[in-house]
Design a binder for this molecule. Structure first.
Ligand code: HT7
Ligand code: ZN
Length: 891
């Protein structure tokens, strides 16, 4: 396999300034004619051949300045050794492609009878020969020709400049995008679609047309996507002064799509999952996902499109920054400080569930990777979510206004360019001279260069006679693949000190004249540093790393009493939640370690949970987060040698105890949190529904234990007659999660109700794939069901959403059912990876990553896992995507 290295970057020998493309669209044979205006790059070594990228193309003709020119093929490239001598020349290429055969969904492909494209990262080379790299930016003019009856809508980036009728029932549309762009932002759509339209006038006083295109019959599910788009436009203007730069901004939904959505200039293409929603078919979480992905793709218009990446190693330049922006957007949309905290907790849960394990496993890599084989494998939680944390830390170090100044400078310097992560960090620092960021910029940038999650060790000592509290902070970071030694990071530690009465103490370091408030950010730059707080008149508990101010593990040694104090009193809601999770986690880890048969929960913990649940002022959404036990995979991450079965048993037993011992409280919670007004997917209503659904899960679980039919019957009734999906699906989850007898009829009823709605049927598949394995008897039940579901008429491997729902749900989302001593889960995994790889390597390699952490499994799982990975590795004709993942797993 060819390894691409960051250090080998070279500017291209040629630029492509303009592209004139014509598509004669046909599913079996589309003809692409491309006219490229090419210029030599005077700053590159002269005399180089022109090497255009191309994959799976049938070349029909090549002309240079209208004449034939000699060319040859190298793997993946068309080489013109002697391009015309002038500094600029025109190259005309004609080639054919077969969109209907494109099951990888990269390049031009068909879905639901229409044409769609996906070009990031390297899909454009599957359309025509090109310098398919992000630092080559060209102005595109595109003519689309297709059968009018089958493909009445013909869309491309930019502005529609011409529409004409052609012979033989065909029609033609010509589009021009005035903004130079890299090929990965190219898109076209030719399909039978309808659009929701909205005209807006922005703060900047310009008029724009917003459109959301969907299949006929789905228009009633586009209101939320359109509202989210309008909110995104308004937010980016208000928060960052960034206005929409196009007359027309289009979103198109497609049912076959490899990821969530794609930010093509002016023509975003979305997985239907992130567009279509009605209260009857989508949950609050789905509504939230749409808002966040619509925001994310829209925000890319500036962070990604106007300023793009010099090379793919800089991917986090656009992705980390844009995730940070979408997280801030969602937090602002949530409204209240408490709702903001709920958003942050949710983001941190995602980071810990996906990125921390990645950073500790076979695929660990820096936010700015140093090498790759297949760039598609690097659209990772590290590049996205840890990248966003790196941007968040910069914002913490320079403050909100300072970050805005930095962003302004970034656009002033680099608008229209393809740049690096260094350029971004430099702009933020230069706009904030005197900040902790600019003082430590070179060291701060280790966050881009070093892989692995550092650990922050903290020890606080209170000295009553001198009324001082000395906090000693120390950092370590374990080696990761290829990086044996780590150097200290710059770690912003947001913190406060909380006394037994819950007072937040004024914070004054000994070298300061006066306190600076009750919350501050300490900046750890050395391996070890001590901070001495003065005038501390009582014993305090340090509340550290508030809001997870850095993506690190915290080891502060707080005992139960201290954690209870924070759970009850911390002014920071994030750390309040964190304290509750740590209390639960400690109990789970103890039970896992001591193999206690029952793992009985102590009264102090149960009482603390009850106090939160019954708290008079805390928000329902926050309560739901506190009362949800840490996930099995999060518990696994804390274990040196992982026994997923054992963790599952412990968590299930604890769930049952909380269900039993808080029974009256769950009834109260259920009754108090019913939402009777009309449906709104906002923070307040969704929080109430989330807590009511958690209560129902507990009530049904207890009912099954005690053979009480009432709550099972209530849940079943809800599956039948709930007015919206959040409650209907919540009730179905409660029955399935408790192995209630009524689960089967409920599943059947649910399927019958939504048989025609692909996105709802995806939920139906994934719920069963992720159902808890029954404890004791019945192990293997979930895998048997998953295998049976693969034979279901609704199942297909070709649709990524469907494959992810069932196979991804099982392999990634159900550790106890997947990791089995008889290796049946691993055999299933290997078979599916191989099967999927022949269809869609990107989807196969995502499933392959379910084994990233095999090395941490307890025996006999570890050996069985290695055998399964070796079996995949032994297959000679693996895609580079899967080969890279499997090779790294075995290293
Ligand atoms: N920038 C996009 C990343 C992407 C992608 C999207 C859809 C299909 C395949 C893809 N490969 C890479 C999505 C985003 O981060 O906004
Ligand atoms: Zn993105």
């Amino acid at each position: 396999a060819t390894v691409i290295r960051r250090e080998d970057y070279q500017a291209p020998a040629f630029w492509i300034r303009t592209v004139d493309l014509t598509f004669d669209l046909d599913p079996a044979k589309t003809i692409v004619t491309s006219k490229l205006r090419i210029e030599r790059n005077p700053n590159a070594p002269q005399g180089q051949a022109l090497k255009l990228d191309g994959e799976e193309l049938t070349l029909l003709r090549v002309l240079a300045d209208g004449d034939s020119v000699s060319f040859r093929h190298e793997p993946g490239q068309l080489v013109i050794d002697n391009p015309p001598a002038p500094d600029s020349f025109t190259l005309e290429i004609r080639n054919a492609i077969a969109p209907e055969k494109n099951s990888a969904l990269s390049g031009l492909y068909t879905s639901g009878g229409g044409f769609f494209t996906q070009c990031e990262a390297e899909g454009f080379r599957r359309i025509t020969y090109f310098l398919d790299r992000p630092d080559v930016m060209a102005v595109f003019t595109v003519t689309l020709r297709a059968d009018k009856h089958k493909y009445p809508v013909l869309l491309c980036n930019g502005n529609l400049v011409e529409q004409t009728e052609l012979d033989h029932g065909r029609h033609c549309a010509k589009w021009h995008d005035p903004f130079p762009k890299p090929s990965y932002l190219f898109a076209l759509v030719g399909a039978d679609l309808v659009a929701r339209e909205q005209r807006i006038r922005t703060r900047a006083g310009k008029d724009h047309l917003l459109q959301v295109y969907v299949r006929r019959g789905d228009l009633d599910k586009t209101e939320h996507a359109m509202n989210s788009l309008m909110a995104s436009v308004a937010w980016d203007e208000a928060r960052f002064g960034l206005s929409l730069d196009l007359e027309r901004f289009m979103i198109v939904a497609v049912g076959d799509f490899n990821m969530g959505a794609m930010e093509n200039k002016g023509l975003n293409i979305f997985n239907t999952k992130y567009v279509l929603a009605s209260p009857a078919t989508a949950t609050d979480q789905d509504f939230f996902g749409i808002e966040s992905v619509v925001g994310h793709e829209y925000f890319h218009n500036w962070t990604g499109n106007r300023i793009t990446c010099r090379d793919w190693f800089q991917l986090s330049l656009k992705e980390g920054l844009t995730v940070y922006r979408d997280q801030e957007f969602s937090a602002d949309m949530a409204g209240t400080p408490s709702a903001r905290a709920v958003r942050r907790i949710d983001d941190v849960r995602g980071l810990r569930a996906a990125q921390f394990p990645e950073d500790a496993g076979a695929m660990a890599h820096p936010v700015r990777p140093d090498s790759y084989v297949e760039i598609n494998n690097f659209y990772t939680a590290t590049v996205y979510e840890k990248g966003a944390e790196v941007v968040r830390m910069m914002a913490t170090l320079v403050g909100r206004d300072g970050f805005r100044r930095g962003m302004d400078l970034y656009f002033q310097r680099h608008d229209g360019q393809a740049v690096t992560c260094d350029d971004f960090a430099q702009a933020i620092a230069d706009a904030n001279p005197g900040s902790a960021l600019s003082a430590n910029l070179a060291q701060f940038k280790r966050w881009y260069a070093q892989a692995g999650t550092p650990t922050l060790h903290a020890e606080g000592i209170y000295d009553a006679p001198t009324q001082t509290f000395t906090l000693t902070l120390r950092q370590t970071c374990a080696p990761s693949p290829g990086q044996a030694e780590k150097h200290p990071y710059v770690i912003p530690v947001a913190m406060g000190l909380v006394d037994a009465e819950g007072r937040a103490l004024p914070l004054q370091l000994e070298e300061e004249d006066a306190p600076t408030g009750t919350e501050r950010v300490l900046v750890l730059t050395d391996g070890v540093q001590a901070f001495r707080f003065v005038n501390i008149d009582a014993e305090v508990v340090p509340s550290l790393l508030r809001g997870l101010s850095a993506p690190v593990h915290l080891r502060d040694g707080l005992d139960d009493a201290a954690l209870l104090q924070l759970l009850n009193h911390d002014h920071d809601p994030f750390n309040r939640w964190e304290a509750g999770q740590r209390l639960a986690l400690n109990r789970m880890l103890q039970a896992v370690e001591h193999r206690a048969a029952e793992a009985v929960l102590d009264e102090a913990f149960v009482a603390a949970m009850r106090a939160v649940l019954r708290h008079p002022t805390l928000d329902a959404a926050f309560k739901e987060l506190v009362l949800t036990l840490p996930s099995e995979s999060y518990v696994a991450e804390q274990c040196a040698s992982v026994d997923p079965q054992r963790i599952h048993v412990v968590r299930e037993l604890m769930r049952r105890q909380l269900a039993a011992r808080l029974h009256a409280d769950w009834i109260w919670a259920w009754e108090q949190h019913q939402v009777r007004e009309g449906y709104r997917p906002d923070a307040q209503q969704s929080g109430r529904r989330a807590l009511a659904n958690l209560a129902l899960r507990n009530l049904v679980l207890h009912a099954v234990e005690t053979a009480d039919p009432v709550w099972q019957g209530r849940a079943y009734q809800r599956v039948k007659d709930a007015a919206q999906m959040t409650d209907r699906f919540g009730a179905l989850e409660a029955l399935v999660g408790a192995h209630a007898q009524l689960a089967e009829p409920a599943l059947a009823h649910f399927h019958a109700l939504f048989a025609d709605d692909a996105l709802v049927i995806d939920k139906w598949f994934s719920l069963q794939a992720m159902a808890p394995e029954p404890i004791g008897e019945g192990a293997g039940q979930v895998l048997r069901r998953v295998k049976a579901l693969m034979q279901h008429p609704d199942f297909t491997l070709k649709n990524p959403n469907r494959a992810r729902s069932l196979i991804g749900g099982f392999c990634h989302g159900n550790p106890a059912a997947f990791h089995r001593a008889d290796a049946a889960g691993y055999i299933y995994w290997a078979d599916r990876v191989l099967e999927l790889d022949a269809i869609n390597p990107q989807i196969a390699s995502r499933i392959a990553r379910a084994m990233d952490r095999w090395n941490h499994l307890a025996e006999p799982l570890r050996s069985a896992a290695r055998e399964a990975i070796k079996r995949v590795a032994a297959k000679p004709e693996l895609s580079p995507d899967v080969r890279e993942i499997i090779t790294k797993a075995l290293e």
